[in-house]
Design a protein around this ligand. Structure first.
Ligand code: FAD
Length: 486
């Protein structure tokens, strides 16, 4: 349905396509550092992107302390005293994250008078409009379009390509008499079932298994279909603040030393595991997937209590008696609830197209420029947009990284991260901005460090000394075409 554009065009400096976390992080910095105005558009009904459709027990994987937007604290800086995350910094629930973005839109963005928000709408006119600046916003309900004349740039805040269980399209089929639901319905349906089969090996499946166990489901009632085993990151090694310096900064120094000296991807994996930084579900199964999921040791121990692991590839079809998998058939029991955790979350295997830089005339693409840190990346891109003039210079600072699918991908993106960080360090103003930004976990830690803290300075010196050899060796380790870590 499409009706003609209304006659008076809207005018804006920046038209923002998408109103998820990255869009919010970008606009937040631009509001503070420029006097530009913004039209934000999203197909969803509210700001916050995929968090609006997340399962009820979702929590951040990383501390709230460094998630969200630069200008507003998320959470209370508490340390969890109960549950799988005890002893570590709090992780906001999905409800807290959506509330945070809803309040930010109402109290800061709209209240500024410089932002308007168009929910249930989509941006139209690309790619031609990038040159003319003449776009349209189409209402998904009425079909009506409004012309928007953009003075500066379109901001594409859909680059992370989030895919979540509630809204994705399943790649397997399910017989009519079988119940297979996204984890959004697990809390409501679980009491009606004796058995649960979790499909998928990513963070959503881990969260679902953890939720079932934490709420009293016996481990033997759970079957877990793992197409590939994941490498898991120990969350203890990603905690901002001086209290966690030894794990977080010390762990990064050790990681760089391993990157510098290892002779193969497999050796990196084994050494990272020996350090306690990376973990696997089963010490006898070699993980072939690296999606950056984080867990704690406590959570891992509980997960290891699940003995019914099905490792026969992806599920193709489920009927009342069996699951057909890529390499075999698995008999099934009645009264089983199947939980679909197979959405890809972020586009892990998406290669970054060299023709799609962050900055080009009329356009900003909110790629990640630090891996697994989409909101920090968007905030930093905004600061670069606000403070530098030349697009070529901006591009030098913003080589996009992609999500990771394997350990080898992780090493590739670490090399990009190091190159970006080195470029940022050459500009004192940029370096100070990053240090002061709440979204940069390292900066806040370093800011708390005393100048005469010799032991910690020594760790920083080790980190600095390992960086160049690590980068050189990462390029060598990832140059070969053969598959990684086997
Ligand atoms: C379960 C889960 C937990 C996570 N935990 C963390 C974490 O702890 N830390 C972390 O850093 N990251 C985490 N992430 C990654 C997370 O995806 C990002 O943090 C962030 O929320 C991504 O935001 P986004 O704005 O890029 O994408 P989205 O949230 O997908 O927002 C993009 C928006 O664009 C809209 N859109 C698309 N096309 C158009 C169009 N043509 N016109 C208008 N609008 C359009 C969509 O409707 C959508 O709302 C997690 C992800 C998941 C799935």
């Amino acid at each position: 349905m499409q009706t003609p554009a209304s006659t008076t065009p809207l005018q804006t400096d920046y038209l923002v396509k998408g109103c998820g976390a990255t869009a919010m992080a970008f606009v937040d910095v631009m509001l503070k550092e420029t006097d530009a105005n913004f039209i934000m558009v999203d197909k969803r009904a509210a700001p916050g992107g995929h968090w609006n459709d997340a399962y009820p027990f979702v929590r951040l994987h990383q501390p709230s302390a460094c998630y969200g937007v630069a200008s507003r604290t998320l959470g209370h800086g508490r340390t969890d005293s109960t549950g799988f995350n005890q002893g570590l910094l709090e992780l906001a629930s999905g409800y807290e994250v959506t509330d945070y973005f809803h309040q930010l839109m109402r109290d800061t963005f709209l209240a500024s008078g410089r932002v308007s928000f168009h929910p249930m709408s989509e941006v139209m006119g690309e790619p031609e409009a990038i040159h003319s600046g003449s776009y349209a916003i189409r209402s998904l309900l009425s079909g009506e379009t409004q012309t928007v004349q953009v003075r500066k740039r379109l901001v594409d805040a859909t680059m992370v390509h989030t895919s979540i269980p509630l809204t994705h399209t399943r790649k397997f089929t399910v017989a009519k008499d079988v119940t297979c639901e996204p984890p959004n319905h697990l809390t409501r349906l679980a009491p009606q079932y004796k058995r649960f089969t979790l499909l998928g090996a990513g963070k959503t499946a881990i969260d679902s298994v953890s939720w079932l166990l934490a709420n009293g489901a016996p481990p033997e009632s759970i079957t877990w279909v793992l197409p590939r085993d994941p490498w898991l990151i120990n969350r203890t090694f990603f905690q901002p603040g001086l209290k966690h310096f030894e794990q977080t900064i010390g762990g990064t120094a050790r990681q760089f030393e391993i990157f510098a000296s290892a002779s193969s991807v497999k050796e990196v994996c084994l050494q990272m595991e020996a350090e306690g930084s990376w973990m696997r579900l089963d010490p006898n199964v070699w993980p072939k997937m690296f999606h950056g999921a984080t867990v704690t040791q406590l959570e891992l121990e509980k997960l290891r209590g699940i003995k019914n692991m099905v490792r026969r590839g992806r599920v193709l079809h489920i009927d009342a008696h069996s699951m057909q998998l890529e390499s075999g058939v698995q008999p099934c029991q009645p009264e089983t609830l199947y939980v679909d955790c197979t959405a890809s979350a972020l586009q892990h295997a998406l290669p970054i197209d060299a023709e799609q830089p962050v900055f080009e005339a009329g356009l900003v693409r909110l790629h990640m420029i630090r891996t697994y840190q989409p909101t920090f990346s968007a905030a930093l891109i905004a600061h670069i947009e606000a403070t530098l003039d030349d697009d070529a210079a901006k591009r030098q600072l913003c080589q996009p990284t992609h999500m990771t699918d394997t350990a080898k991908d992780y090493l590739r993106v670490m090399a990009i991260n190091m190159r970006n960080q080195a470029a940022w360090n050459t500009l004192p103003e940029l370096r100070s901005w990053i240090r002061a930004c709440r979204l940069d976990g390292f900066g806040s830690t370093l800011a708390q460090m005393a100048k005469d803290d010799a032991p910690r300075r020594e760790v920083l010196a080790r980190l600095a000394a390992a960086t160049a050899p690590a980068l050189a060796n990462l390029q060598r380790l990832t140059a070969h075409a053969e598959s990684d870590s086997r």
